[in-house]
Write a protein that binds this ligand. Structure first.
Ligand code: ZN
Ligand code: ZN
Length: 257
């Protein structure tokens, strides 16, 4: 069994809570310690019960609260060496620091975590799969293209958190300056709703029960737009589809075999 909750998702801050009842982790902590505490309290989670925060890449919407949380609640911070060297100043002192390497599975208590490379404009960006007791979930947000390697790692998951960043037309017609539109659309940028739909369509299998769309742009997307775009990928299949929010804490979802 895995419990997962998107505490927040989007360019202003990301954090995903994952627990198997024995070990609890955060994947990224991209907003203030205070805000994280308040979102965890929505589900009655004491931050001290969390074992570690694992970092996907150094962008501030993923690391802003990592140092504060690690110091205040004694969490381990687990981050790749390359990513750490880009953001050690922003993180500040961390007493319990561990490093992972993309491609190498590591354990955090009873959770098996596998980081895999993604295509994004950061030093060493990764997505993750997390497995406990045969239940596997995958997360890949902040990726310009869903490479074959990403699809390979996300296959066979019971739950997916995948990026549906923008509607291509909303991005093109929207207020972003030209260079920012190019960055978002590039292979090192963010995944469109349409690309997310194609990725999810290739990942559908009998055991897939939950799909959460993440990192939605507040300017170039709407939750209903993203949900409508990706829903056809799950047509006729029982998996539930959700959109994670920037300003609201998501539901606590229980994922079982
Ligand atoms: Zn991000
Ligand atoms: Zn990023």
């Amino acid at each position: 069994m895995l419990q997962i909750c998107a505490l927040a998702s989007g360019s202003k801050g990301n954090a995903l809570y994952v627990s198997d009842g024995t070990t609890s982790i955060l994947l990224d902590a991209g907003f203030s310690g205070k805000e994280l505490e308040s979102r965890l309290s929505v589900h009655g989670i004491n931050p001290k019960s969390i074992d570690a925060v694992i970092v996907s890449h150094e962008h501030s919407d993923h690391i802003k609260g990592v140092g504060i949380l690690a110091r205040r609640f004694g969490l381990a911070a687990i981050i790749s060496q390359k990513t750490y060297s880009c953001c050690s100043d922003s993180l500040g002192r961390i007493d319990n620091l561990r490093h992972f390497s993309a491609g190498k599975t590591f354990a955090v208590g009873s959770l098996n975590v596998h980081p895999f490379p993604t295509s994004h404009d950061a030093a060493d960006p990764v997505g993750f799969t997390i497995e406990s007791g045969g239940v596997k979930m995958g997360i890949a947000t902040d990726l310009g293209v869903p490479t074959a390697a990403v699809a390979h790692h996300l296959s066979g998951c019971c739950a997916l958190v995948v990026e549906a960043n923008h509607d291509i037309k909303m991005l093109e017609d929207g207020p972003y300056p030209w260079h920012l539109k190019q960055r978002v659309k590039s292979r090192l940028g963010h995944l469109s709703n349409e690309a997310c739909r194609d990725l999810v369509a290739g990942l559908v299998h009998k055991g897939l029960t939950h799909v959460i769309l993440g990192h939605l742009s507040e300017t170039n997307n709407r939750p209903e737009t993203a949900l409508n775009a990706v829903a056809p990928a799950l047509n006729g299949h029982g998996a539930k589809l959700f959109a994670a929010h920037q300003s609201l804490c998501g539901d606590m979802l229980t994922i079982c075999l």
